[in-house]
Design a protein around this ligand. Sequence first.
Ligand code: SAM
Length: 208
Amino acid sequence: MPDHFAEGSTTALVSTIAESPSATHTIWKERSLFLFNFLKNPLRNASIIPSSKEASREILSGLDWDKINTVVELGPGNGTFTSEIIARSNPGTKIVLIELEESYVNLLQNKFGNRIIAIHDGADRMNEILKELNLSHADLIVSSLPFLQKEISQKIFTAIQQQTNRGAIYRFFTYMPPVMKWFYQGMPLHKVKFVMKNIPPMWIYGIN
Ligand SMILES: C[S@@+](CC[C@H](N)C(=O)[O-])C[C@H]1O[C@@H](n2cnc3c(N)ncnc32)[C@H](O)[C@@H]1O
C-alpha cells in the first residue's frame, strides 16, 4: 500500500472529522475520507462521493416503520442512509451496520454513538452476526454493496435470500442495472425508483 494511504493517515482523518467544529467542515472532511477510500480501494468503495440526501429518502420510501424492529445496513460508508434510517425508525428499532472498511466503522461509531451497532466485518457474515447479537432475523436490509469485487460472493446473496424468504424487505441501489441483474438472476426484484439527483444517477431495486 502506498505511504499516503497508510492506516495512520486514515485514523488521523477520522479523528479530525469527529472533532470538526462546523457542519460544513464535517461534510467536506467526510467527503475527503470517502474519496480517499475510493482511491485506496476503488472496487470496494465503488463511488467517489457519498449518496445524496434524495437517494437516502427514496431508498427508504414506502416502508411501514412500525413493522420494522431490526434494520441491517450493508456497506453504510459514512452513514448517509444511516442518518435517514435513524430519523425514520422507531426509537427501539435495532440498527446493525456491517462495514468492511475500518475507518468508516470508527466514523459511524463517533457519529451515531449507541443508536447503532457498528460491526467491522464482511456482509457475507450477516446471518452469523445477527445470531451473535441474539437477533432472530432482519425486517429490513438496506445495501450499498458494489458488485465488482471478489468479496461480493454467492454467500451474500444466499444470506440475503434467507432473510427475504422469511419476509425481510430488501432495498439496494445500482448504477448499472444490466450488470446488477446478472448477479441477481432468479431473485424476485422489483424496481422502486430511478434517482436522478445523485452522482451518478442510480436505480433503486427491492425484494418484498
Ligand atoms: C458505494 S459505497 C456506499 C456508501 C454509502 N452507503 C453511500 O451510499 O454513500 C459502498 C460501501 O460498501 C462497503 N463494502 C464493500 N464491500 C463490502 C462487504 N463485503 N461487506 C461490507 N461492506 C462492504 C464499502 O467499504 C463502502 O463503504
